[in-house]
Design a protein around this ligand. Sequence first.
Ligand SMILES: C[S@@+](CC[C@H](N)C(=O)[O-])C[C@H]1O[C@@H](n2cnc3c(N)ncnc32)[C@H](O)[C@@H]1O
Length: 224
Amino acid sequence: MMELSPRLSMIEALIDGTARCFGDVGTDHAHLPISCIQHGRCQTAIASDINPGPLARAEQNIRVHGLSKQIELRLCPGLSGYKAGECDWTAICGMGGHLICDILGVALQAGTVAIGQSFVISPHTNEEQVRRFLYENGFRVLRENACEDAGHIYLGIACVYDGVVREITDVDAMVGRSNILPACYYANLLRKARKRLSGLASGSKPDCGEAAFLHDVIRKVESL
Ligand SMILES: C[S@@+](CC[C@H](N)C(=O)[O-])C[C@H]1O[C@@H](n2cnc3c(N)ncnc32)[C@H](O)[C@@H]1O
């Protein structure tokens, strides 16, 4: 059986039910689709990557686990090699927030995202940008989770595309709307906000707008 890292386990657990087809964009080692098949979270999977090297690694791992018939490999950027609705769940994980928003934005423009299609997303940076993108581009957040893995805090977001545009405040984009994330997630947010505040205070021209925002973030986290 595939042994997932704490980060990938947290991400896998955000998928509910059994997907007919699970897509993993930027699969690299294909650990996630292999484990999803083994745990019955999907019947078939597509493991795709923009680079041939990671895809060769994925192919090797899929072969070792005897899943070459269930997991198809595709060399393509983002969702460009997928048909709309081809996967009922799609993962876009382990990339920066800008890149994840870019991949989803391009897919929306190209019409390769269908109403009712679910996603599990895990940005390594710019989480606030990703939350804002999802709210403002028709994705309904189903649930979020977070975990600590090798000294880093990782966020996972499960969402479904329903095409409804929503609003989100800057503070909610930073903190999230659920108040049930693990304590390590909020402790990390507080640490980063306080560090940035002390950086601003020691600068020659403190940005009062940013300082006020950071105080709002701290107040919101402390109120949870
Ligand atoms: C750090 S790995 C993450 C692997 C896996 N998703 C995870 O979370 O463990 C990022 C992978 O994304 C791939 N990648 C980067 N940009 C991409 C894009 N635009 N479309 C598809 N894959 C991409 C890279 O080649 C690399 O294999």
